[in-house]
Design a protein around this ligand. Structure first.
Ligand code: CS2
Ligand code: MG
Length: 409
């Protein structure tokens, strides 16, 4: 069996997606997700200019060797663009292998370790009534865990909170394509945030009780001691996890957070190789690995990092926003179903428009996601539909503090 072509499909049904399609001489095709929010065309060029030409003639069954060839052979290692490109190849080859074996990919990873994947959704609101409505809406949809994001008094626009109520039935999607060809400036005030957030979780616990698993995303905005302060102040509300509490390029900084709080910590959606996790996992400075198959080099390294994490009783919490495409989401559902140390799966449902481009076999029933029993990943792309949604320049916002200093978004 030989690869005869690798083509890059950029489409923007509700937001930009980059998909790699590998075709073999037997006519079997495989898909991989290479979507990197705000830098999509960089990955598309990396794939079409520097990877696709090298794949022709290779044996698609040699997944590990192809991964190592692209990682070590490119000389310049790691980084989000490189690892998203390699991820797409890895996913597509697992898709092909599953189709040839007539098995869903999770079966090739050791089979199912559970019936389905507990999932959390994004509840948000500018104020408590809106937030409570959003929590109720998510519970009616079957979510058995919710992430809580809310406005902060004095801060104009906050990550994860719609500036206006969503159209009825529309799910809140923070990464809409129409963000414009220049990033929007937002503002931030950590002290206001640290004062306000505990009052929100107290109100949510009073309204919904102690059982509902609640998550929160700090989105990289605190210093380690501020993260420690927040983790400690949220302990009475028994969070499932506090995510991205502080930028983790300096993995050592999580030692300081860990010393002060027992609130479980989740980190890693912006990481792209196991090296970014090495200290965090070895010293058990986190509780959940937040990697996404798309940004972490694909299925192969995602399984490897979870096997490393298992030695330190750390579980998965794979990143599942709308800027991981249905292909990338499917890839990590297969990994999540197979590994023993599964924790929870994020699920920001893709839009109806996106679902006209990507046919998916995943199911979400009784709060559990399952990738389905289709051979391979269980996702197909309608290239004619994809072509009707051309790329739209779109960037994530950025943050400045009140004095104009750049801050983490
Ligand atoms: C967020 C993401 O889902 C999350 O946890 O951190 O939505 C993040 O903002 C986007 O993936 C950025 O592209
Ligand atoms: Mg996050």
């Amino acid at each position: 069996m030989k690869i005869i072509s690798a083509t890059v499909i950029v489409t923007s049904p509700s937001r930009n997606f980059v998909t790699l399609k590998i075709t073999t001489d037997d006519g079997v095709t495989g898909l991989g997700d290479a979507t990197l929010n705000g830098r999509e065309l960089a990955v598309a060029a990396y794939l079409s200019e520097h990877v696709a030409p090298l794949l022709t003639g290779r044996d698609p069954h040699r997944i590990e060797d192809t991964w190592q060839f692209l990682y070590r052979g490119g000389y310049w290692r790691r980084g989000p663009v490189t690892m998203a490109a390699i991820a797409a190849v890895d996913m597509a080859l697992w898709d092909i292998k599953g189709k040839v074996a007539n098995l869903p990919v999770y079966q090739l990873l050791g089979g199912a370790s559970r019936n389905g994947l507990q999932t959390y959704g994004h509840a948000s609101g500018r104020d408590l009534p809106e937030l409570f409505d959003s929590i109720r809406q998510h519970r009616e949809l079957g979510f058995t865990a919710v992430r809580i994001q809310t406005a902060i008094p004095g801060v104009r626009a906050v990550y994860g909170v719609a500036a206006q109520p969503q159209a009825s039935g529309e799910r809140y999607d923070y990464e809409p394509a129409g963000r414009g060809a220049y990033p929007v400036e937002e503002d931030w005030d950590t002290r206001a945030y640290l004062r306000h957030l505990p009052t929100v979780f107290e109100a949510v616990r009073n309204e919904f009780g102690p059982e509902l698993p609640l998550l929160h995303d700090g989105h990289h905005r605190m210093t380690p001691i501020q993260a420690a302060k927040l983790g400690k102040s949220l302990e009475p509300y028994d969070l499932f996890w506090l995510e991205d509490c502080t930028p983790a390029e300096n993995q050592d900084s999580l030692r300081l957070v860990r010393q002060h709080t027992t609130t479980p910590l989740a980190i890693g959606e912006v990481f792209n190789t196991v090296w970014d996790f090495q200290t965090l996992i070895r010293e058990q400075l986190i509780d959940y690995v937040r990697a996404a198959s798309t940004h972490f080099g694909g299925i192969s390294p995602l399984k490897k990092v979870m096997d490393f994490a298992a030695q330190h009783q750390i579980k998965s919490g794979f990143h599942g926003p709308t800027d991981v495409s249905p292909v990338g989401l499917a890839a990590q559902l297969h990994v999540g179903l197979a590994i023993h140390n599964f924790g929870i799966q994020e699920y920001m449902e893709h839009s109806a428009k996106t679902n006209t481009v990507f046919a998916q076999s995943l199911t979400f029933v009784d709060g559990l996601l399952h990738p389905g029993e289709q051979p391979g990943l269980g996702v197909e792309i309608d290239e004619v539909a994809a072509a009707t949604f051309p790329y739209q320049p779109a960037y994530l916002p950025y943050n400045r503090l009140n004095d104009g200093t750049m801050h983490d978004w």
